[in-house]
Design a protein around this ligand. Structure first.
Ligand code: IPD
Length: 270
C-alpha cells in the first residue's frame, strides 16, 4: 500500500499538542527547582533533568501518535527507521542556560520534515507561553496574528541578534565577528535561544539574526517561522543555512549583512 504524505497542517496540529505538553513539563520542573544533570561538549554546555524528561515525553508522544516516523532530538539523537518519510526534529529546551538561571527566555522547538524538507514547526516559550507556528507556504503565526518581518533596509539601523557556541575557541572567533559588526549596526542582542531569535526576527522584534554553529534542532522550526514571515534564510555565497552559518534577514537587508559577515569570515574559525 502506498501511503500519501500527511498534510502539513495535520502534522502541525500534532506538533503543537506535543510541544505544549513538553513545555508544561519543563515549566513544572523549573518551578520545582533545577540543576545541571550533565555537561556535553564543554563544561558550559549543560543538560538538565528537564531537557531529558521533555525530550523523552516528546518521543513517547510521537511514538504513540505517529509510530512510523523518525525523530531527531538534541539529547537522545536519532530514533526510528532511517527510511521514514517523516522525521521530527526536537530541541526540548532551547536556551538551556537561560532555563537554568531562571531567565524567562527558553523554548520547546519541534519541527517536522517530509522527505527532508521542513513543512511545519512550532516554537513555544516555556515560561510565558508565547507560541510561534508555521507551515510551508502558509505563513508564520503567533496568537492568531500572521507575522511579517521587519522592512529595514539600512544595516546601520538594524538590530541584529546573534549567539555563541560553547567551545571557547569558537566563541573567540564569534566575538571577533561581533566586534567587527557592531560599529555598523544599531545594536546587537544575545538573547540566548536560537529558536526564539528566529521567531523574534519573524515578527520584527529584531531586524535580523545570524549565528555560526547551529544544530538542526536549533534551526528547523524557527527557520521555517522566519522564512514564512518573509525573511531570507541562508548561508554565505548562496549556500543553504546550516552549521557553517545561518543568516536570517529581510530581503533588502540580507545582502549588506551577508557581505559584512563574509568580510569578517563569520563562517570561518573553529
Ligand atoms: C543554544 C542556544 C543559544 C545559541 C547556541 C545554542 P541550547 O542552544 O540556542 O542561543 O547561541 O548556539 O546551542 O544549548 O540552549 O539548546
Amino acid at each position: 500500500m502506498v501511503r500519501s504524505a500527511p498534510e502539513p497542517q495535520e502534522l502541525l496540529e500534532i506538533a503543537i499538542e506535543v510541544a505544549r505538553e513538553a513545555a508544561a513539563t519543563a515549566y513544572r520542573m523549573r518551578v520545582q527547582g533545577v540543576s545541571v544533570a550533565a555537561t556535553k561538549s564543554t563544561i558550559t554546555d549543560v543538560v538538565t533533568a528537564a531537557d531529558r524528561a521533555a525530550e523523552q515525553q516528546v518521543c513517547e508522544a510521537l511514538r504513540r501518535l505517529r509510530p512510523e516516523d523518525a525523530v531527531l532530538g538534541e539529547e537522545f539523537g536519532e530514533a526510528g527507521t532511517g527510511d521514514a518519510a517523516v522525521r521530527w526534529i526536537v530541541d526540548p529546551i532551547d536556551g538551556t542556560v537561560n532555563y537554568l538561571y531562571g531567565v524567562p527566555h527558553s523554548a520547546v522547538s519541534l519541527a517536522v520534515e517530509v522527505d527532508g524538507t521542513v513543512v511545519a514547526g512550532v516554537v513555544r516559550n516555556i515560561v510565558n507561553g508565547e507560541e510561534w507556528t508555521a507551515t510551508a507556504g502558509h505563513g508564520a503565526w503567533r496568537d492568531g496574528q500572521r507575522l511579517r518581518c521587519s522592512t529595514e533596509l539600512d544595516l546601520g539601523q538594524a538590530l541584529v541578534a546573534t549567539g555563541f557556541g560553547y567551545d571557547p575557541r569558537r566563541r573567540e572567533h564569534q566575538a571577533r565577528v561581533v566586534a567587527g559588526l557592531i560599529p555598523h549596526v544599531r545594536d546587537i542582542r544575545r538573547l540566548g535561544a536560537a529558536a526564539l531569535d528566529l521567531c523574534f526576527a519573524a515578527e520584527g522584534r529584531v531586524d535580523a539574526y545570524f549565528e555560526k554553529g547551529l544544530a538542526a534542532w536549533d534551526l528547523a522550526a524557527g527557520g521555517l517561522v522566519a522564512t514564512e514571515a518573509g525573511l531570507r534564510v541562508g548561508g554565505l555565497a548562496g549556500t543553504a543555512a546550516g552549521p557553517d552559518l545561518v543568516i536570517a534577514a529581510p530581503p533588502g537587508l540580507f545582502a549588506p549583512l551577508h557581505d559584512r559577515l563574509a568580510a569578517l569570515e563569520a563562517a570561518g574559525g573553529p
